[in-house]
Design a protein around this ligand. Structure first.
Ligand SMILES: [Zn+2]
Length: 496
C-alpha cells in the first residue's frame, strides 16, 4: 500500500479528480479504494479477477504493490510545481514525475487536475497532422508509467547524454500511452514528439473519453460529480437537497439502453461543463441565489415529481397528488423570495437556454437565456460537452418553473398539467449516442416500460425515436419493439 494522494485542505476536488482518474485507469475495478489520513489518502488495490487481463489496471497494481512510496499531488493549472527552486506552472508540463526530495526513496507525481484551466490539453496525433485530447486519466497514466519504468521495473533507458536519455524515456512511456489508447479505442498520440503541446478543441477524436461503467462502482466520491453545482450553490455537501440527487442517480443508474446507462448523456456532459458552472456560482453571490431558486430547487422538486409520477405507475390520481406535494415543497423552499413573474421569466430563460443548446435558435437566443441559464449555455459550449443532455434538463426545469408559476397563482389544474407533461418529457430523454442494440435489449425495454414509461402513448413516442435511431442497424428492431409494447399497432377490440 504505497501509493498515496496528497490532500489540499482548501481544495478537496483535487484529490477527488486524481482518484477518479485512477478509477478510470483501473477500469472501475471495485477493489480500488482509499483510506483517509490527515494529509493524504492511501490508495488500496485488491485486484478483481476480471481485471487481471486489463493492462492499465495491472500497471496501477504494480505501482501500488511496490515497496517504494509514490505520492500523487494534484495541482490547479496555474499552480507552481512545489519543488525546491521551481518556478514552473504545472500547466506548462501537464504532469511531472520526480524523485522525492526528502525522506525515504520515492517518487512524486505532479499533475494538472484542471485540464489547462478547462481549455483542454492537446498533443499531436500519430500522423502529426491532427491534435488529440489528453484528459487527466491519460496524463496520470503517463506519469505512472514513468514511475514504473524508472523506479520499479528499472528498465528505463540510461544514456550519457541527458537530452537523448529524456527522448528515449519519453518514447518508452509514449508506447505505453498508445497501448492504453488502443485499449480505449482512442486515436494514438505521436510516438516521439513530446515537445509540442497546444490547448483548445482537438482536431481528431473530440473530447471523448470512454468512462468505465460507474454504475457498479463504489467510488466514495462519485456522487459529488453529480452534485457540484448544487454544492457550490447551497454551500454544504450534506444538504437534504443533495441527498435527493444522489438517491435519484442510484434509482436510475441501473437503467440502460444498448448496455449504456440511459443517464450517460447527462452525466458525461455534466462532468465537462459542471465544474465551470460550479466555479462561477461559488464566486458570485447573485448568481448563487439565482442558482438555488431557479436551478437547484426546481431540479430537486422536479426529481421528486418524476419519482412520484413513476411510483404511481399510471394511477393518475396518485401521480397528481405526488406532483402537487412537490410543487408545494418548492413554494415552501423559496417562500417570499420569488413571485410568479420571476418564475415565468426564469422559465422563459431556461427554455431559451434549452433551445440554444439544441441548436434550434441562433446565438442571439443567448441574450434571452439570461443569468444562470446563460452561464450554463456558455459553459456547455466552451467545454465541448455534448449539448443534448443539458438541453433536455433545461427543458424539464422550464416545464417545472411554468407549473410552479401557475401553482403560486392558485391555478387548480397546475399539478395535473405538470403530471401529463412529465410523461411526455421523459419520452424525449436523449438517447446515448454510442448505444447500439444488443442481446439484452428486450430486457432493457421491459425495465424501461416498467420503471419509466407506464403510459402507452409516451412509450410509443419513445419507441418511434428508437426506431429512427436504430432501424438501419437492426432490421429485427420493429418486432422487438412491438413485443415489448413500444410500438402502437391496431387497437385490439375486446368482446364483451
Ligand atoms: Zn513524460
Amino acid at each position: 500500500m504505497t501509493l498515496e494522494i496528497a490532500k489540499d485542505p482548501t481544495a478537496s476536488y483535487k484529490a477527488k479528480n486524481v482518484f477518479s482518474a485512477l478509477v478510470e485507469i483501473a477500469r472501475c475495478d471495485p477493489g480500488l479504494t482509499t483510506q483517509e489520513f490527515d494529509f493524504s489518502f492511501e490508495v488500496h488495490y485488491q485486484q478483481g479477477n476480471n481485471w487481471r487481463t486489463v493492462a492499465s489496471a495491472n500497471r496501477l497494481k504494480a505501482v501500488v504493490d511496490s515497496p517504494m512510496l509514490t505520492t500523487i499531488i494534484g495541482l490547479h493549472s496555474d499552480q507552481i510545481i512545489p519543488r525546491p527552486g521551481s518556478n514552473t506552472r504545472i500547466i506548462e508540463e501537464g504532469g511531472l514525475t520526480a524523485p522525492k526530495f526528502t525522506g525515504d526513496p520515492g517518487a512524486d507525481i505532479f499533475v494538472d487536475v484542471d485540464d489547462a484551466n478547462d481549455t483542454h490539453r492537446l498533443l499531436p496525433d500519430d500522423t502529426h497532422n491532427f491534435l488529440v485530447w489528453e484528459p487527466l486519466p491519460l496524463l496520470l497514466f503517463h506519469e505512472l508509467s514513468h514511475v514504473f519504468h524508472t523506479f520499479i521495473a528499472k528498465d528505463a533507458p540510461q544514456l550519457a547524454d541527458p537530452q537523448l536519455e529524456q527522448f528515449e524515456k519519453e518514447k518508452q512511456v509514449r508506447a505505453d500511452d498508445n497501448a492504453f489508447r488502443d485499449a480505449l479505442q482512442l486515436p494514438r498520440e505521436h510516438p516521439t514528439d513530446y515537445v509540442k503541446v497546444e490547448y483548445g478543441m482537438p482536431t481528431r477524436g473530440g473530447l471523448k473519453f470512454p468512462n468505465c461503467t460507474w454504475s457498479t462502482y463504489g467510488n466514495p466520491w462519485e456522487h459529488c460529480k453529480l452534485c457540484s453545482i448544487a454544492t457550490a450553490a447551497l454551500g454544504s455537501p450534506i444538504n437534504r437537497q443533495i441527498a435527493t440527487f444522489r438517491t435519484a442517480k442510484r434509482n436510475f443508474q441501473r437503467l440502460t439502453l444498448g448496455s449504456v446507462p440511459i443517464l450517460a448523456p447527462m452525466l458525461d456532459s455534466y462532468r465537462l461543463f459542471g465544474p465551470k458552472v460550479a466555479r462561477a456560482v461559488s464566486q458570485d453571490e447573485q448568481l448563487r441565489s439565482a442558482t438555488v431558486h431557479y436551478g437547484v430547487q426546481p431540479a430537486v422538486h422536479l426529481i421528486r415529481s418524476v419519482e412520484g409520477y413513476l411510483d404511481a405507475a399510471a394511477d393518475t390520481g396518485r401521480a397528481v397528488a405526488a406532483v402537487d406535494a412537490a410543487l408545494a415543497g418548492y413554494e415552501a423552499e423559496v417562500a417570499g423570495a420569488v413571485t410568479a413573474t420571476h418564475l415565468r421569466a426564469a422559465a422563459d430563460a431556461a427554455l431559451a437556454g434549452s433551445r440554444a443548446l439544441a441548436g434550434q435558435r441562433s446565438a442571439a437566443a443567448l441574450d434571452t437565456a439570461a443569468g444562470l441559464f446563460g452561464h450554463v449555455v456558455t459553459s456547455v459550449r466552451a467545454s465541448g460537452a455534448d449539448p443534448d443532455g443539458p438541453a433536455w434538463v433545461l427543458a424539464g426545469i422550464c416545464m417545472f418553473l411554468r407549473a410552479a408559476a401557475q401553482w403560486s397563482t392558485g391555478r387548480p389544474d397546475a399539478a395535473a398539467q405538470l403530471t401529463a407533461a412529465i410523461g411526455a418529457w421523459l419520452a424525449t430523454v436523449p438517447l446515448p449516442p454510442d448505444a447500439l442494440p444488443t442481446d439484452g435489449l428486450r430486457h432493457e425495454l421491459d425495465a424501461l416500460r416498467e420503471r419509466v414509461f407506464p403510459e402507452s402513448s409516451n412509450r410509443a413516442v419513445f419507441g418511434q425515436r428508437l426506431r429512427a435511431h436504430w432501424r438501419a442497424v437492426d432490421p429485427s428492431l420493429d418486432r422487438l419493439l412491438e413485443q415489448a409494447h413500444f410500438l402502437e399497432r391496431s387497437v385490439v377490440c375486446q368482446g364483451t
